[in-house]
Design a protein around this ligand. Structure first.
Ligand SMILES: Nc1ncnc2c1ncn2[C@@H]1O[C@H](COP(=O)(O)OP(=O)(O)OP(=O)(O)O)[C@@H](O)[C@H]1O
Length: 290
């Protein structure tokens, strides 16, 4: 399947005024590493505990995102992608710098979508809708759409505690709820990989619909196909630093070459080369189809 190039995607809306401004952002975490004090440290240095060890999970991050942009965040594991999304969502606060978000945010950052494990799926739908400013009547109106999208397994488990849901069911419900909210900014962190192929297809269609409406998207993914399909702009984070900000194709090229150490060929070109080789094979003397 050939993927649309970033220039051809039909939902690429013109970029509006800045809705997310990240200015010199930094956050420091405890490493959580614990080691017993040595006898030497206790006796000679009279130490009773270690100095807390910390590291900057993000440092000196600055960028702006305009209304209607679809931004893909890339980087190796531990690079700071989820942390950045949590800071945009307001669930983590910076130790340095600022994050200014002008529109409402619908985050699907962890598999659980911020849902509460002890509450039923039904209660979580009403709670999340309410937290995002929807009235009970509005949620009633959308309830069936949400549950239909999530699928029959979720419907049959609506009154079970959410923590009893499989990770696939959790993602189905999380995605269905988050994308039914009216929030203009959507943050999606690596959740599309969890659902099965049929559900992923439904998610793709819904994401395209939301982008056509001019919503702003932040997508964290390790899937080259998903990033190129939805995002027109990319940001590359490496060990907490912003390495590059550019078109999704440029960023993918830089990231993949950095990661794999070989030149990266965009999927559309790869498909064209494959087609050429297939044709050459088919036309070769003595070619037999399988
Ligand atoms: N609450 C926390 N306390 C301490 N360290 C944390 C905390 N949350 C994240 N980290 C650390 O911060 C760094 C960045 O983590 P983050 O989850 O943002 O990376 P990521 O780029 O999303 O990685 P992945 O691709 O594996 O999901 C990692 O070293 C991680 O272990």
């Amino acid at each position: 399947m050939s993927l649309p190039s970033a220039e051809k995607v039909k939902w690429k809306s013109s970029v509006g005024e800045p809705v997310i401004t990240v200015d010199n952002l930094g956050i420091e975490f405890l490493t959580g590493r614990k080691r017993n004090l040595s006898m030497r440290e206790i006796v000679f240095q009279r130490r009773t505990s270690h100095k807390k060890e910390t590291f900057w999970a993000l440092k000196n991050i600055s960028f702006q995102v305009g209304r209607g942009e679809a931004v893909g965040l890339v980087g190796s594991n531990g690079g700071g992608k989820s942390t950045l999304l949590k800071m945009i969502a307001g669930t983590l606060l910076p130790d340095e710098g600022d994050v200014n978000v002008r529109d409402g945010v619908a985050p699907l950052i962890e598999l659980t979508g911020g849902f509460i494990g002890e509450l039923s799926a039904r209660e979580n739908i009403y709670l999340t809708g309410g937290l995002h400013g929807m009235s009970k009547d509005e949620i009633d109106e959308r309830f069936d759409d949400i549950v239909d999208f999530a699928g029959p397994k979720v419907r049959s488990g609506l009154d079970l505690p959410y923590r009893h849901f499989s990770s696939g069911m959790q993602v189905r419900l999380g995605f269905a709820v988050i994308t039914c909210l009216d929030e203009p900014i959507i943050l999606v962190d690596e959740v599309l990989a969890v659902g099965d192929a049929a559900f992923r297809d439904k998610c793709y269609q819904r994401m395209e619909g939301l982008l056509e409406q001019g919503r702003t998207l932040f997508l964290v993914s390790h899937s080259e196909g998903d990033l190129l399909r939805f995002c027109t702009r990319g940001i590359y984070l490496k060990e907490g630093h912003m390495v590059a900000d550019g078109s999704m194709e440029e960023i993918m090229q830089q990231y993949m070459e950095d990661l794999l150490g070989v030149p990266w060929i965009p999927p559309a070109e790869r498909n064209a080369v494959d087609a050429l080789y297939n044709r050459r094979d088919r036309e070769a003397p003595g070619y037999k189809a399988d």
